[in-house]
Design a protein around this ligand. Structure first.
Ligand SMILES: O=C(O)CCC(=O)C(=O)O
Ligand SMILES: [Fe+2]
Length: 275
């Protein structure tokens, strides 16, 4: 598909990055990201591109990896001020189980020519996202499995509370569950130079934190989210519906490669076992 068939370029003129409209858009998004940790671009992907990407997800789904593990909220990105887990009481928030039970479709399983995969590599998309993040350059994560993936969740599947090990992710909702499957986040519980706000984290786990933000993301919405300091999750899907999300990873250097242990955890194989 051509880029004007993939992205709503009327609303989001990424084909004219230097034009006033796109510069304004980047500034608006940058302000939103700075203020809230999250920036939403509804209707970014066209209905035709959504349909094509969902067909590609369905074609790859039989080979998806069923991720099924339980960690703690900070295991993937440890709190640098934390004590050893086994020195903490059993009911401490840092020991609270955080399950990831969801299917991951690796990039190498997604058809070449898939609209989301093409968007991931489009130089204008990369420059646009970098501009919103205020970074001089970003690069598509070169991991052949992890750079651009789809996650698929049906009833009971989720990616529970965690911090990310990278500064930001770009997601595109392709199909939203009727009930549950919400993207939720809570700002303010972690800063670079202090211990986590454990009382606040505990209230999130108890479902009693008043500051949970649930942006209400429709299919076609592109989201840029800063996950290193904002606790977040994809909540369990309830009932019949299905949630399909594209997750695009960019890095601040072109030469970062996948870590075999993480590849095994999320894709069930390493870069030596491409399909
Ligand atoms: O699926 C989502 O909405 C969030 C995904 C996420 O948290 C991640 O990929 O780290
Ligand atoms: Fe995350």
């Amino acid at each position: 598909m051509r880029m004007d068939q993939i992205v709503d370029l009327e609303c989001y003129p990424l084909d004219r990055l230097e034009g006033a409209a796109c510069r304004d858009l980047v500034e608006r998004c940058r302000a939103e990201l700075e203020e809230t940790g999250c920036c939403l671009l509804p209707g970014f992907l066209t209905p035709e591109a959504i349909a094509a990407a969902l067909a590609d997800a369905d074609a790859a789904l039989p080979r998806a990896h069923q991720v099924d593990f339980i960690t703690t909220y900070d295991e993937g990105c440890p709190n640098p001020h934390g004590e050893p887990l086994d020195s903490l009481p059993a009911d401490h928030p840092r020991r609270h189980p955080s399950p990831t039970y969801i299917r991951f479709i690796a990039k190498d399983l997604i058809r070449d020519g898939d609209p989301v995969k093409d968007l991931f590599h489009w130089p204008n998309m990369i420059e646009f996202a970098g501009g919103i993040l205020g970074m001089s350059a970003i690069y598509p994560f070169a991991c052949p499995m992890a750079g651009c993936i789809f996650t698929v969740a049906e009833e009971g599947e989720l990616q529970d509370w965690h911090f990310d090990a990278n500064d930001f992710i770009v997601t595109i909702m392709l199909e939203d569950a009727e009930k549950g499957g919400d993207f939720e986040y809570v700002p303010g519980l972690r800063t670079p130079d202090a211990n986590d706000d454990f009382e606040g984290v505990g209230r999130v786990f108890d479902g009693k934190h008043p500051g949970v933000i649930r942006p209400g993301i429709e299919p076609g919405t592109l989201t840029i989210f800063k996950g290193r300091y904002n606790l977040h999750r994809a909540s369990p899907v309830e009932g019949e519906g299905r949630r399909v999300m594209a997750v695009l990873s960019y890095e601040d250097t072109p030469d970062r490669v996948g870590v075999p242990k993480l590849q095994k955890q999320f894709y069930g194989r390493t870069s030596d076992e491409l399909r």
